[in-house]
Design a protein around this ligand. Structure first.
Ligand SMILES: [Zn+2]
Length: 237
């Protein structure tokens, strides 16, 4: 039995092993987001670059906390068409495709409907006025509040693309955070910084005001790690 398994492994190409590993990792990211309360069962979507021509993306209309690798959709990066006609990628895949096209160095995109971040956006409060230094360091640029657009429509990527070159973190008004990263772990960590910062901001507002960092300090912090430098980093796993 062990010999048969090792023979199978030896015959598997590096590309096949990479795809299998990324499929598992996409499932783990979605399970993590669901377990951490980043949305209802159907909420959120994740994608990752598989190759220069193809992406892997979460499917639509399924429980995101219970995904298995075979459900992850392989699609063309150029137009989002799935390799298998039987599979359907996230209804928000247009947003992912636009971000990869705009940011060649981006390796993964993570989007959730995280409650603290959505709540702040409903109140019209932007994270673009940073309150803690960690957020500035994680986002590279700001974290713009992108005006509301109906989810799944072309208006969503159109709004985000205005800011895509300058930041790795966005908040879609009344919808949720979007984080870009060099890989899945990097994008997930950045999305969690968005939600954590939103939680801190809401707690501060509940007892007083959420005082923004001085503008000069924000400029100093942003100079420490630019967007290209953040994408060139390889996070520790
Ligand atoms: Zn969404």
């Amino acid at each position: 039995m062990a010999k048969a398994a090792s023979t199978r492994t030896a015959r598997t190409s590096p590309a096949t092993r990479r795809e299998a590993a990324l499929r598992r990792e996409v499932c783990e990211v979605m399970r993590h987001l669901y377990d951490r309360g980043h949305g209802a069962p159907g909420d959120g979507n994740v994608s990752v670059r598989l190759s220069p021509t193809h992406l892997l993306c979460t499917p639509t209309m399924v429980h995101k906390g219970r995904l298995v690798p075979s459900q992850i959709v392989k699609l063309r990066a150029s137009d989002g068409v799935p390799v298998s006609a039987k599979q359907h990628a996230s209804s928000e895949v247009r947003l992912h495709l636009a971000l990869y096209a705009a940011h060649p160095a981006v390796g993964a995109v993570v989007h959730a409907h995280s409650p603290y971040t959505v709540a702040l956006s409903v109140a019209g409060i932007s994270l673009d006025q940073p309150v803690v230094p960690e957020a500035v360091l994680a986002f590279g640029g700001g974290c713009p509040l992108v005006p509301y657009a109906m989810p799944t429509t072309v208006d969503v990527p159109a709004g985000v693309l205005e800011h895509a070159k300058d930041s790795l973190a966005f908040v879609l008004e009344r919808h949720g955070p979007v984080a870009l990263g060099s890989d899945l772990a990097d994008a997930l960590a950045r999305l969690e910084v968005i939600e954590h910062t939103s939680k801190i901001t809401l707690l501060a507002l509940s007892v007083g005001t959420a005082r923004a960092l001085p503008a000069g300090e924000v400029i100093r912090l942003r100079a420490l790690l630019t967007v290209p430098e953040l994408l060139a980093q390889r996070p520790t796993r």
